[in-house]
Design a protein around this ligand. Structure first.
Ligand SMILES: C[S@@+](CC[C@H](N)C(=O)[O-])C[C@H]1O[C@@H](n2cnc3c(N)ncnc32)[C@H](O)[C@@H]1O
Length: 245
């Protein structure tokens, strides 16, 4: 990754990610004994939910960001049921032994090459194991992207908001079956300008990292002022699939 997250600020925000995570975890239909990989686990919000859902199971939490993993370790007590790994999902994963299922929430749209990620996840998933993903999909935050392009003077090149059709093709090529990929529009409206500002700071993190600290608030305000309404127009890509048996 070319920049580092403000993991403490991310962890403090009340984000719809929690709902997205719960939906994706429900798609895994866990029985409580499985080993689940949380791919792009961040500060460990879903890792904690997984550990609760797996009283006799284990979680392997993977993220490329040291700052995010520091927050995760502070959140979750050291237990024999959790393994934390710093690794890039675009590289082969250093996971010992196959996992029964893979969860990924709000992470894959940060990665340009989804085919490589799906190959790497398939390589550590047992035959027949489930994959449940939530990430930004085609059309995600279109009004934020337009506002950002107006401020930057060029289209932002940070995110990979894939379509269901290209995702289904990539998953099939990586050895997945029973594939379901669909978009869900889920706009978040903010009547409090401070809350919108805090939200945009997270969404625009990759751009803010290139600015001086004293320039960041003005940049976020400039983007917020160009939004047609005080809202972040999320479109989620929801994926469910199995690794071929
Ligand atoms: C928006 S956060 C989501 C974190 C968590 N899943 C959640 O829902 O709160 C995106 C996460 O993806 C991770 N990430 C982005 N690119 C990655 C990559 N190439 N390999 C591993 N993790 C990556 C980031 O470090 C970050 O923790």
């Amino acid at each position: 990754m070319a920049w580092e997250w403000d993991a403490a600020a991310y962890g403090r925000l009340r984000l719809p990610h929690e709902l997205w995570g719960r939906r994706a975890i429900a798609r895994l239909a866990l029985t409580g004994t499985e080993t689940v990989l949380d791919a792009g686990c961040g500060t460990g919000r879903d890792t904690a939910v997984l550990l609760e859902a797996l009283p006799r199971g284990r979680v392997v939490a993977v993220d490329a960001s040291a700052a995010m993993l520091d927050q995760l370790r502070a959140r979750l007590p050291d237990s024999g049921r959790l393994t934390v790994l710093q690794s890039d999902l675009g590289d082969p994963l250093p996971v010992a032994g196959p996992v029964d299922a893979v969860l990924s929430v709000a992470a894959l749209h940060w990665i340009a090459d989804h085919r490589r990620v799906f190959d790497n996840l398939a390589a550590v998933l047992r035959p027949g194991g489930r994959l449940a993903v939530d990430c930004g999909g085609h059309g995600n935050i279109a009004s934020v992207q337009a506002a950002l392009a107006a401020v930057l003077g060029e289209a932002p090149q940070v995110w990979n908001f894939a379509t269901p059709a290209e995702t289904e093709r990539r998953l099939a090529a990586a050895g997945f079956v029973d594939i379901d990929a669909r978009l869900r529009a889920e706009p978040a409206r903010f009547d409090d300008p401070a809350a919108l500002h805090d939200y945009l700071e997270v969404v625009l993190g990759a751009h803010l990292a290139r600015l001086g600290v004293d320039e960041r608030a003005a940049f976020v305000r400039a983007v917020a002022e160009r939004l047609p309404r005080p809202a972040v127009d999320y479109v989620r890509l929801e994926i469910h699939a199995r690794r071929a048996a």
